[in-house]
Design a protein around this ligand. Structure first.
Ligand SMILES: CC(=O)N[C@H]1[C@@H](OP(=O)(O)OP(=O)(O)OC[C@H]2O[C@@H](n3ccc(=O)[nH]c3=O)[C@H](O)[C@@H]2O)O[C@H](CO)[C@@H](O)[C@@H]1O
Length: 384
């Protein structure tokens, strides 16, 4: 019989995308899902493509350091707790799966009080605040390969990687380019900065696009919502060929953009990394230097050690052009990176994660909490 899953995945594309990936897989296996997202513009924009899924918006504010931010966070937390209690009562899920972030806190606390099994997913190679806080309530914790979390029993942890949405797959480059209206031939450099865009990368493209075009590469840049002008620029390269630079805001078809690319320049969000591995796209990663606990640098260094990318610290952005040109001129190096990416991709096993979630649902409520919540006495000889 189908089960009901509540997936808490809003706040950023890096949480929402794997939530959508898991929801679609669960639906295809006959289960029901509701996805909790935030009021942020990026959430509303990303879900437009997935009207067949059931999204529920709840308020919430990310944690900050200034007194005003902390006050706003707690206000948002209590509003989120209230909204979360309503959602849990209405949806009556068999399992809550949370992808971390500020939205998870209230809902997970409330659900675990009701004995509902909790599964947490951490995408990054340094666990975020929400997962560290909530780990003690979890029946299951999904971590990236080799990442450890202190004071968590080994039996709770599974390593299934990052669930990638089903439209991301190895697609013929020319087909993807045709769909995007891009030239079918030639070397395409794709630049993007995760779900919110990256001003530093946009700035680099703005100041270097003519040099890159002149080298013989085309450019496709996904700037992020409200992060600069969209449009097309054409230039003649050093061999007399027309080269094209296209710039867009938010993109609903990142699977096509990645499939169309020869090389990507990106931040080091866990989702972007998993999607580049799935589409077999070599990259130069410039980790966001202010990410909490510098987790993007950890993500990027691990990926680089596996041979999937080159890492460049943002402090050395002036070297990026030379780096890109030297990769462009070295097709053997690109081929080696592609071979590595095919092997790396094996770590992302969405189907195994979903099968495990089904098991968590089949095991039923957390007995001690459940009885406590329902005020039922424990069977004789069993302490609560
Ligand atoms: C600044 C910051 O802290 N960012 C974090 C955030 O990243 P962020 O939200 O940027 O997430 P990722 O890079 O992990 O993934 C971005 C997701 O948004 C999608 N997308 C992006 C742009 C676009 O125009 N259209 C679109 O659909 C991508 O296909 C991808 O699925 O969550 C990730 C997962 O916890 C973390 O690893 C990142 O460090």
């Amino acid at each position: 019989m189908g089960k009901k899953f509540l997936i808490v995945c809003g706040g950023t594309g890096g949480h929402l995308s794997p939530g959508i990936a898991v929801a679609e897989e669960l639906l295809s296996r006959g289960h029901q899902c509701a996805l909790v997202i935030s009021n942020k513009q990026v959430d509303s924009r990303l879900v437009q493509r997935y009207q067949h899924l059931d999204f529920v918006k709840v308020p919430g504010v990310a944690f900050g350091k200034s007194p005003a931010e902390i006050a706003r966070f707690f206000l948002g937390f209590f509003r989120g707790l209230l909204a979360g209690s309503g959602i849990i009562r209405r949806e009556k899920p068999d399992v809550v799966l949370a992808f971390g972030g500020f939205l998870s806190l209230g809902i997970v606390l409330f659900a675990s009080l009701g004995g509902i099994p909790i599964a947490l997913h951490e995408a990054n190679r340094k666990a975020g605040r929400a997962v560290r806080l909530l780990k003690r309530f979890a029946t299951r914790i999904y971590l990236p390969t080799g990442v450890r979390l202190s004071r968590v029993s080994v039996g709770t942890v599974r390593y299934y990687g990052y669930p990638v949405r089903k439209e991301f797959r190895r697609t013929p480059r020319r087909w993807a380019r045709e769909k995007l209206g891009l030239p079918r031939d030639g070397f395409l450099l794709v630049v993007f900065g995760g779900s919110q865009g990256a001003s530093a990368l946009n700035g680099w493209v703005d100041s270097h696009c003519k040099e890159v075009l002149s080298e013989g590469m085309d450019i496709y840049c996904v700037r992020g919502l409200g992060k600069g002008a969209e449009g097309v620029l054409e230039e003649i390269d050093s061999r007399g060929q027309t080269r094209r630079y296209e710039s867009v805001g938010f993109c609903d078809s990142m699977h096509l953009v990645l499939s169309a690319a020869d090389l990507a320049i990106s931040r080091a969000g866990a989702g972007s990394i998993a999607e580049m591995a799935r589409c077999v796209i070599p990259s130069v990663l410039i980790p966001f230097p202010y990410a909490s606990d510098n987790h993007q640098m950890e993500n990027a260094r691990y990926f680089e050690a596996q041979g999937g990318c080159i890492v460049l610290d943002q402090a050395y952005l002036e070297n990026l052009f030379d780096e890109v040109v030297s990769i462009y001129r070295n097709p053997d190096f690109l081929d080696r990176m592609r071979e590595n990416l095919i092997m790396i991709e094996d770590a992302n096993r969405k189907e195994d994660l979903v099968a495990d979630l089904e098991q968590v649902a089949a095991d039923g409520p957390n007995q001690s909490w459940w009885r406590f919540w329902q005020k039922k006495p424990a069977p004789e000889g069993e302490a609560l």
